[in-house]
Design a protein around this ligand. Sequence first.
Ligand code: ZN
Length: 106
Amino acid sequence: MPLYIYEHATNNPNCPRDKEFRWEQPAQDWPLTKCPWCGDPVARVMAPSLLKIKKFDCELKDQGFTKLVRVDEGLFENRTRRAGEPKYVDRHNPETFPILEKTIKD
Ligand SMILES: [Zn+2]
């Protein structure tokens, strides 16, 4: 069964659950509208497919994302580097920035 994340609309100190909690339910079921423990209104904040947050760098690249990982003050590793882009992006050197124009055209 998919696992959903719900969020209380209120801050009920008497609820045994946190403001956000996980709730397992069949995908075809309607989303909960009330907390099963305290009865306060809740809203589903994440669809099950979004629970797969971990994306591989190659997936991001294929989808047109750019991923920069900070390695030092003002220095980032370009994990989705495309042809012609340097491996490291220096905040002070625009020539090292990812080439958006190339990403868009590809
Ligand atoms: Zn509750």
